[in-house]
Structure formats: C-alpha cells, structure tokens
Design a protein around this ligand. Structure first.
Ligand code: NAD
Length: 332
C-alpha cells in the first residue's frame, strides 16, 4: 500500500500489508443484525431501543452520535437522542439516566463521552455508575467490567468487541500469540487486553510509562494501538508480518504533520490540502511495508464500533425480555 505509493514496493523483503476492511465487515454485521432486530420487533411488538445521552455541544461527539442514530435507523433499532445543554448540572444528567433506567422502551443507554468539564472531575464515573447494568451497552459499569474480568457473559465495550470480531473473521490466529495493546483506557485498552487474554493470547499492556515501547511492541504478533497520538507506531514497532490494529482517531490540521505521514503525490495529501484537515490513526502509514495485515483509518475500527453497539442493544433487549438469540451470543 504505502510502499507501492512510495515506489519502494520492490525493496528486498518489503511486505505490503493486507488491509483489514472494517467498513465492509460493519456492513456485513448490519446485514446480519437487521433480520434479527426485525424478528425481535415482530415477536415483542416493539424494536430494541437505544437511548443516547449527549450533554453539551462537542463537534466530534455530534458526528459520532449522528452516525449511531443513522445506523440504528438502518438496522431497525429505535435510537433516541436525549440532549442536555452544556449548562446542565450533574444532577440533571443523573436524573435523565435514572429516567432511562426505568424506561420500558429503552434496552440500552449510551452516555456519549466526553462529558463537559464543568460537570466536575468525577462526573463520568458517577454518571456511568448510575446506568442500569442490564442497559449498559458500553460495558462500563463496575459489575459488567467484573464479569468481563472473570470471563462471564456480559455486555462488552463495543470497540474491542468489534476488533475481536474482525480478527476472528479475518482468520488472524490469537491463541498462543503475543498480543501487545498500547493504551490502558477503560473503554479500549483494558477490555481489549482482557478479550485477547480470554482467547489465549499472551498479552502485554503498554502505556505512557512503558520503557522502550518500540522494542516491547516489536515482539508481538498482534499489535493494537489505542493511544490518540498521530503516527506514534512506526515501522520499528512492528514485527514483520504482524497484524496491526489502529484504534486511534486523530484529526490532523498541521500541514507538516500531514507531510510526515504521506509522501508527496499521495491522494490523501492532496485531499488534505483541499480540506485543511484529515482523520488519521496512531499507526504511521509506512507500517504497511512491514505488517502482514493492517486496519486503515478511516474505515477500520470506527465503523465496527457502531455495528457492535447495535449488537449490544439487541443483546440487552433479548436479555431484558428473557429471550436468547444466536447472533449477539455468538459474538464476544
Ligand atoms: P485515553 O486517552 O483514555 O487513553 C490513552 C492511553 O494511551 C492511555 O492509557 C495512556 O497511558 C496511553 N498513552 C498515552 N501516550 C502514550 C505514549 N506516548 N506511549 C504509549 N502509551 C501512551 O484514550 P482512549 O479513549 O482509549 O482512545 C484512544 C484512541 O482511540 C483515541 O484516538 C480515540 O479517539 C480512539 N478511539 C477510537 C474508537 C473507534 O471507534 N475507532 C473508539 C474509542 C477510542
């Protein structure tokens, strides 16, 4: 990919990574979940319901929420946006979540992060802890996290769940392999490491204080980067032939950063110059010369996260009505 565009694709030993197409898999997952959502709706006289809580006006959150609502509509899930102004108090948010916990029509509740800083430092944990565990489609509540740690069935955070689905369907071996996860957040890094461990990988969790990060990562067969730093993962982090999953979503507006990622003449650089910004991951595009397989940004992990949110909503709905089902149970 990158190598070809650089004109150095024939360099001795150069690999051009297979692209792991998250968008295509997300489309497939949507096609799989839609009939199951329809069957649920027929049987129970209502669709699975998802409430998305959005507090304030963060432009990135607006985009994410719009995409979630759109996908909900596409698969037949009832997806409602519950908006609060940036001036809302923490008690308003807690009250809204309490109301949604009691709602008959909502099976899942997602509070879009980040919450406005004005709500206070412990706002996120107070709000997430208030969500009824059976409606916790983000898999954030302490009980659900505990169940994940113990390997019991539970609602699992959507991004790592989507990554496992991608690796599995792409036939990437996990058992017995060394997996490195860079990042230790509650939403990606930690659950990712746990899911890989459950599948018998030998897992290393790296973070901002890890010494000689590149050397640690270089010994891994599966490398997951979930940091939020443009181009952090360079070729020297990657073992030849390894599978690299790029979770990072970073907006680049600096022309010199864009030029450090893509060579002159690359179509993405041309598009950047037209638009003034572009979305990139944590993995430098030149890693495609070394990796065996690589998720692109955009079009890799992002679309999968939303598809898994729909899976989790259906799973939560089925659990609430006491039904069991094939698809979401198979996933995770
Ligand atoms: P976070 O800020 O909560 O955590 C970042 C982690 O990276 C921390 O654990 C920190 O220790 C580690 N870190 C920071 N600097 C580092 C360094 N120099 N070297 C090694 N480790 C370092 O972030 P998050 O919420 O886990 O998100 C990470 C990235 O993934 C962001 O870009 C975010 O936008 C993206 N993301 C994407 C999706 C998706 O659907 N594609 C979902 C969630 C998050």
């Amino acid at each position: 990919m990158y190598a070809r565009l650089h004109g150095d694709g024939n360099e001795q030993g150069s690999v051009t990574a297979r692209v792991l197409d998250g968008r295509a898999l997300a489309d497939q997952l949507r096609d799989e979940v839609a009939p199951e959502v329809a069957a649920f709706t027929r049987q129970y006289g209502r669709p699975p319901g998802l409430a998305i809580v959005l507090v304030g006006e963060n432009p990135a959150s607006e985009v994410y929420v719009r995409n979630k609502l759109k996908t909900g509509r596409e698969v037949g899930v009832r997806a409602d946006l519950e908006r609060l102004p940036g001036s809302a108090a923490l008690t308003d948010v807690l009250e809204l979540v309490g109301r949604l916990n009691a709602s008959e029509v909502h099976d899942g509740i997602l509070v879009q992060a980040p919450l406005p800083g004005s709500l206070g430092r412990d706002a996120a944990s107070r709000v997430f802890d208030t969500i009824a565990p059976e409606k916790d489609v983000d898999g954030f509540t302490p009980g659900n996290v505990g169940r994940l740690v113990q390997g019991r069935p539970t609602l699992v955070p959507c991004t790592p769940l989507g990554i496992i689905e991608l690796l599995t369907r792409e036939g990437v071996p996990i058992a017995g392999r060394h997996a490195c996860v860079i990042g230790r957040s509650e939403i990606v890094g930690k659950p990712m490491a746990l899911l890989l461990l459950q599948r018998d990988a030998t897992v290393t969790i790296c973070h901002s204080k890890t010494s000689d990060l590149a050397a640690v990562c270089r010994s891994s067969d599966i490398l997951v980067a979930a940091v939020g730093r443009t181009g952090l993962v360079t070729k020297d982090f990657v073992k030849r032939g390894a599978t690299v999953v790029d979770v990072g979503m970073n907006t680049v507006t600096d022309a010199s950063v864009a030029a450090s990622l893509f060579p002159e003449g690359h179509p993405r650089l041309a598009r950047f110059r037209e638009r003034g910004s572009m979305l990139v991951g944590d993995v430098h595009p030149s890693v495609a010369d070394v990796a065996g397989a690589l998720t692109p940004v955009p079009g890799g992990v992002g679309p999968l996260t939303i598809a898994m949110l729909m899976m989790n909503t259906l799973r939560a709905a089925r659990a609430r009505v006491g039904a069991s089902g094939r698809s979401p149970a198979r996933i995770s």
